[in-house]
Ligand binder design. Structure first.
Ligand code: FPP
Length: 267
């Protein structure tokens, strides 16, 4: 059962929201597009990097809240393949924040049994960043609680192209007839092989876009967009998103249970 004692204060707004959560139906995998750091900084007349720095606190609180709620997988979109178009100073600042976060939080991840990994073209990042990420992934490899993924130098289309390349260079398929290839066998070549598709995708700062995130995996994911800017995102916003998620009816292309007169035909 969720471990919220000490995390959610009795009588608080958080507690009121948590009381609406059905703990038997917590989403297994939550993915988040962390957006709005620049606007948060702009509104305070601060440099963009100050927004990213403030966003790190939201990362910490979100990871802790997910671990306590016993969410199985959390994937945060931290740097896309298109973010290289940003000014060099912003990119360097983001990488520095990531390095700081990894070295400062590694013990907390271990203490909380959180397994850390990345998805994306990690091999194109600075060697020092790669080393820190690999170190955290190795150190937490035996953890069995929350699986915490950061998407870095990630693009959904890039991931699909990489999967096709890997599939075609796999001796199991190379030069052979691919007519038996199905969705499940293709998905084994994605960065997310073995990870269940997200149940809930959260996007902060009100933008109604998917921005090249987990394109294959979000086919049936429920999307929740909040106006809250990422640096203002706190556990209560996560709790709210889960309450909304639990109010949705997931039909996966079928009919609602109300509308189904006969049992579904299995393909
Ligand atoms: C989007 O805001 C945010 C990012 C591109 C980076 C997110 C990074 C962090 C929260 C900090 C480091 C991450 C970790 C995992 C420690 P934006 O800059 O696009 O905001 P805007 O749309 O308001 O300009």
């Amino acid at each position: 059962m969720a471990q919220l004692e000490g995390f959610v204060k009795p009588g608080s707004i958080e507690e009121a929201i948590v009381s609406q959560i059905d703990f038997t139906r917590i989403p297994r995998h939550i993915a988040i597009i962390m957006d709005g750091n620049g606007r948060w900084a702009g509104r305070r007349m601060l440099p963009r990097l100050a927004g990213h720095r403030a966003g790190v606190q939201s990362v910490r609180e979100t990871v802790e809240a997910c671990a306590r709620l016993e969410v199985e997988y959390l994937t945060l979109y931290a740097f896309s393949v298109d973010n290289w178009k940003r000014p060099r100073t912003e990119i360097d600042g983001l990488m520095r924040l990531l390095l700081e976060f990894m070295s400062r939080e590694l013990n907390t991840l271990l203490q909380n049994n959180i397994r850390f990994r990345t998805i994306g073209r990690i091999e194109q990042l600075e060697p020092a960043v790669q080393r820190e990420l690999m170190n955290a992934a190795d150190a937490t490899a035996a953890c069995t609680g929350l699986n915490f993924y950061i998407a870095l130098n990630y693009g959904g289309r890039t991931e699909i192209v990489d999967a096709v390349r890997r599939l075609l260079s796999d001796p199991e398929h190379a030069g052979k007839d691919l007519s038996a290839l199905d969705e499940d066998s293709f998905a084994r070549y994605l960065y997310t092989a073995g990870i269940p598709d997200p149940d809930l995708l959260i996007r902060t700062s009100g933008e109604m876009r998917v921005s090249n995130f987990l394109l294959w995996q979000i086919a049936y994911t429920e999307i929740y967009v909040t106006e809250t800017l990422w640096p203002d995102f706190r556990a209560r916003h996560l709790f709210e998103s889960i309450v909304h998620f639990q109010g949705r009816e997931r039909r996966y292309g079928g009919l609602s249970t109300r509308d189904t007169a006969e049992p579904a035909v299995k393909r």
